[in-house]
Structures are given as C-alpha cells and as structure tokens.
Design a protein around this ligand. Sequence first.
Ligand code: GLU
Length: 466
Amino acid sequence: MGFFENVNQYFDQAAQFSDLSPGLLEQIKACNSVYRMRFPIKRDNGSIQVIEAYRVQHSHHRLPCKGGIRYSEMVDQDEVMALAALMTYKCALVEVPYGGGKGGVKINPRNFSENELERITRRYTFELVQKNFIGPYSDVPAPDYGTGEREMAWIANTYMVLKQNEPDSYACVTGKPLNLYGVPGRKAATGMGVFFGLRALVDVSEDMKALGLKAGLEGKEVIIQGLGNVGYNTGVFLQNAGAIITGICEFNGAIYNKKGFDIEKVFKEFRETGSLRKIEADKFIEDSSAGLEWPCDILIPAALENQITKENAPRISAKIIAEAANGPVTPDAEKILLSKGILIIPDLYLNAGGVTVSFFEWLRNLNHVAFGRMDKRQEAYQSNSILQLMQKMTGKKIDEKVFTDLTNGPDELDYINGALEETMTRSYHDIRSKSIKSKTSDLRTAAYLLAIERVSEYYTTAGIFP
Ligand code: GLU
C-alpha cells in the first residue's frame, strides 16, 4: 500500500467517529493540485541531467498552502501527496491557519556539488514561480528531509529577484537563515516541539501508570532513529530534561549503551566520520533497523516513513513510540503495536513544532518587525516595578541573577519558544480530551478526528463554491 493510502486509511478510521457528510469528508481528503515537473540542469562536468520534481497543494481551505521541500531519491508523486495531506491535518491540529502543501525533488543531495544543488534549487523555484506554486499568500515552502537554511536562502533570493516589486516577497519561504529574514529558534523548532509534546504526554501520571511508568522525563530510556536536525535536537532537549539516550540508529549502524550516551558527542563524531562504529558503547550493529527493537521506554523514529511495518512491529519492545518523522508507522503495524499496549504519539501532532515556528517566521516577515520590539522595554519596566515593590514590602533583596533576567525583558527567542511551548502543550491536551470524549482507543484517531472537524468548520461556515 502507498503512503498516501496509508494516510487516507488513518483518515477513514477517524472519520467513522464524526457525523460529517460523506461528500464533505471526500473533499477534505482529496488532494487539490499536483504539479509534476521535469527540468534540465547542467552538471559540473558539462553534461545535462533531467530532474524529476513535484509540488503538491493538498488543501486550499486556508491560504497560503504550507509545507517543506524534500530532497531524496525516494521522492515520488505518492509520497509528496501523502506528506502534503499530513500538512493539512497537522496545521489544523495546532491551529496554524494554512492549507497543506509539500514539495519534493528526486535526487540524493550527497551526489551533487554545492553549485549543482544551487542550480537545481533555483531552477525548481523558477518553475514554481512560473506556475504560481510559490508566493507569500499562495504557497510557502520550508525545509524538510535533505534541505535546510541554505536551500531556503536560494529559494528566497530567486523569488525576490523575480518579484522585485513585492514588499512581502521574502515571506515566500520559511526556515531561512537568520541574516536573511529568518527567526531565531526555527532550526531547533521541530525537535523542541517533539520535546514539549513528549513532556506533556509523560506528565499525565494516570496515563503513565497504565504503561507501568513513572510520570516525567527524568530517567526515561530513549532510542532515537536518525541524527538529522530533528533527531539531534530532540535528543538534546530530552537529555537536558534528564532522559537517558540509550540507543541511536543511523542508516549505516546502531549503538546501544545502558548507561546512556552524550548526544552532543555522538553527533559530533557522526558528523566528522560519517559512522557510529568508533563510539564507546555496549553494542554496535550494522543492521540499524534491528536497533529499533532494543528495549526502551520511548522509541523516537526521526528519519523517514515506513520504518515500523507489520514485519518488525511484533518485535518492537518500547512502551511509547514518538513519531518525530512523518509516517514512520504503517496502519498494519499500528494495529499490532496497539494490541501490544504500546502508546503512539502521532506525527501529525508531534512534529508540528517546525510548521508552528514557520508560521511565526511568516508573520514576522509580513509584519516587518521583530517579535517583542514594541513591548520588550515595557515588560522590563513592569518587572522592575514589581520586583522593587516586593523588595520594599519584604525587606529582602531578590537574587541578583533573577533580578537582571526579569528586568532585561524577553528577547525574540523567548517569545517564539514560549509560543511554541504553549501551542504544543495546549494541542496535546486538546487531542487527549478528544480521545476521551469520543472514546477513540488511540491518540492518532483522536488527532485526525480533531483535524478533520477543524477543516470541516471552514466548509460548513463558508460553503462550497459552486
Ligand atoms: N517540513 C516540515 C514538516 O513536515 C516543516 C514544514 C513547514 O515549516 O512549513 O512539518
């Protein structure tokens, strides 16, 4: 079964809990526009290579469409459609007012030089501009697997050169570098969102008790698959909160250590040598997929889709699966995992931190002013007055560090991370409440149900254009 069909299967499962009409459900589920392109680029050796690429706009119920661009050899139309659909539900779930979109370029970036990648990215952007598949109010890409700030800078620059009279043109893409209209915190946002989501989950003691676990992240044993941007940042935040990273899986090997790893050290070594083999560990195995089966409290697939299938699901021994990647668990596998009592915290919620901070970046670009610029000083004055009053009333001096921190006022990163924390924590409790109220036996069904209902509100209020 294809990835898009998997997403639709999850959709149908949740739709059974709603009383929306079949026609409306069909409209919410359908993929609105698919742009499949082929374009030539010149390789450094002078030869010509034809590149296959896509941009999909799954839903236009809110505009712009939003979603990353993936560079991977596995890209095909089905994958991009599935990922675009997930974006629609993800945005609805965390109340980020966008339709879902996704892009994909079928290349392995490791096989191209930086100059070649720049030519591919600029040409891809040019194609999107020509067909109106990019723009601050129509469709706003972002990083995804295989892309990052560098690619987003090329996209922004190409768009701005082509649309010189649009004052908002740099809001055409998010995940840009800080010195090219990006915002602080975007790069770590998905990982930080995963952390906030997991924290919200493990803080509910009665749910943890049902799994035979204590509440809180402290001491939880964690295995992470994928040391990319999401996996690495998730690991850092969890480690700082007292979790123990006992296992790390990469494409060419997996390591296990009962006492835990220092994620920063492992990351550095992996970046430098491209391998986990030399890291001191209880175990190293070459077949990294077997690493997913090692016992742990929380297993975090943070790489690609289809990692846990009906084939390996019976051997998974984690208590919680945290889907930092999109689509890591297939519907068949999910049935097996749920029957084993494993709790799954689903992708459409858990990795929504990236698009949430993308939303803040887009808003900042349209506002043309940094978050906090208008209130930082006022907040600092207010804190100062309160602290002075407290000192006067109690006759005690407040700790100097606390005093300075509070009277400096928040900076832009504080505003962004605070809003991300609020979004992820609130959304978790929205899903949990939905699950209890609608008696869904799992969180994914509740998350889809909530997303479907939120998207449906648009159509039931605005109607369908004849
Ligand atoms: N590619 C990320 C995702 O799958 C981020 C999308 C965005 O920021 O628009 O959610």
